[in-house]
Design a protein. Structure first.
Lengths: 203, 246
């Protein structure tokens, strides 16, 4: 974090991440519904769509896993808000102390210097906590990207299975294309998420 | 953390109540914050104290993009109402804060500068949020000497600040008033002691009686709905206030 932009910028970065998480949650919900429809469709198509049915089940599990992953990510961003608010308060206190220091003389000045020194250490510890949280967040995002890659493989396989769907082939094909597209949207969101995560808190 | 609960919704026009902070230490009075969304714009009513900022900010973020909150409204100058101002300003330096002219040079001690505040004259004013026109309704001396409510004529909701506030014990802290007689016991002591002026109280009762109100939302406690709004105004009109009893 660059000191000039400080906690406010960090807060804005968290918000950008959180808004992206919200859009992934909404899409995961959509995939869940789509997968349920696909399961029914596969049942109607019967023998010809057994493979497609299995894949739809897997896609549904993928959507549920993704939703859970997003819940954890979201809780992490809320944790960051609390930590960043703490840093924000310390930054504000620091500004006041610097002004006191500028006017203080003699014994008072010495006391303020000592205080500022301790305060700087506290700020440092706070920034370390933020850095640790960020490392965990980065790891979680990487795990999620892997999960989404799996979803993308499932969608592609469903497309192949759809070809064997007999009379239902074209509607199965439609459904699997929708899957592919929606998972593509998630990949896109994850890319922006990663971008925000590694962005310095400068605007 | 707090939760953001939708209490009114009509297309892009929404009211959220941000309530019930489970992690709040009990030396802090519990507060309700309200977010009015109108399309892409939003105003946060009584944003709360700096201690509850993380809880309010996180709960708000679940419902709405906080970058689009362009305005804050402070019913009065109390720390539980507006001491989070400096944090909102760190997040969004362009945010505007609507506030009684009386406090326009006092509240900057919490944060902000000459560009932050929009002074509300004693008679009140309209506040435009997105395509909605809200009204700042005078509620002076209840309890603060420069005090406003917010009325949303389309949603028929009155944000009443400290008026209607109740200090609810655990287990009786539902979002809405369900049993008026039971509920009002938790409001009585507060209104007797915090509200200072009989005359101001009568003025307020007469003024809000003219409004079509389906929900009355206080800064503390539960929301009054339907007939309970009228019941509250009648109850308040007959309550003796501004008398310190030993
Ligand atoms: Fe107050
Ligand atoms: Fe209050």
């Amino acid at each position: 974090m660059k000191p000039g932009h400080g906690a406010g910028g960090e807060l804005r970065r968290i918000v950008r991440i959180n808004e992206e998480i919200k859009s992934v949650v909404a899409t995961a919900f959509k995939i869940n519904l789509m997968a349920m429809n696909a399961i029914f469709l596969a049942k109607r198509a019967g023998q010809n769509a057994l493979g497609f049915g299995v894949l739809s089940n897997e896609l549904r599990r993928f959507a549920t896993d993704l939703q859970q992953q997003m819940t954890v990510l979201r809780e992490m961003t809320y944790g960051s808000v609390a930590i960043v608010t703490g840093l924000l308060k310390q930054t504000q206190l620091n500004r006041v102390l610097e002004r006191v220091r500028a006017e203080a003389v003699g014994e008072g000045r010495k006391l303020i210097d000592e205080f500022l020194l301790n305060h700087a250490e506290a700020m440092l510890r706070h920034q370390e906590r933020i850095a640790a949280l960020n490392r965990r967040l980065t790891q979680m995002i990487a795990d999620t990207a892997q999960l989404v890659e799996l979803g993308s493989v499932l969608a592609r396989s469903a497309k192949i299975e759809a070809a064997y769907g007999g009379g239902f082939s074209s509607s199965l094909m439609q459904v699997s294309s929708d899957f592919e597209q929606t998972i593509g949207d998630i990949q896109h969101s994850l890319e922006s998420l990663t971008k925000h995560q590694f962005q310095e808190s400068t605007e | 953390m707090k939760t953001a609960q939708a209490i009114y919704e009509d297309g892009g026009h929404k009211w959220y109540a941000i309530v019930r902070d489970t992690s709040r230490p009990n030396y802090l009075v519990d507060t309700n914050e309200y977010l009015i969304v109108a399309g892409d714009d939003a105003i946060l009513l009584d944003p709360g104290g700096s201690e509850v900022f993380p809880a309010v900010f996180s709960a708000l973020s679940t419902a709405f993009d906080p970058r689009r909150v362009s305005k804050l409204f402070a019913s009065h100058q109390d720390p539980d109402v507006i001491s989070s101002l400096s944090m909102w300003l760190e997040f969004n330096p362009d945010i505007k804060c609507y506030l009684s002219w009386l406090w326009a040079s006092f509240v900057p001690h919490f944060g902000g500068d000459g560009d932050t505040f929009v002074s509300i004259p004693d008679g009140g004013m309209d506040i435009i949020v997105g395509s909605q026109r809200l009204q700042a309704i005078p509620a002076h001396y209840l309890h603060s000497s420069g005090n406003f409510n917010i009325y949303d004529p389309k949603a028929k909701i009155l944000f009443s600040g400290d008026v209607g506030a109740a200090l609810l014990p655990p287990g009786e802290d539902g979002l809405f008033v369900e049993n008026f007689d039971r509920h009002i016991r938790h409001a009585e002591g507060f209104h007797r002691r915090w509200m200072g002026s009989e005359r101001a109280k009568r003025d307020w009762c007469a003024r809000v009686s003219q409004l079509d109100i389906e929900m009355m939302c206080p800064q503390h406690g539960a929301i009054y709905r339907g007939e309970d709004v009228r019941r509250f105004i009648d109850w308040f009109a007959h309550l003796e206030v501004g008398a310190l009893k030993s």
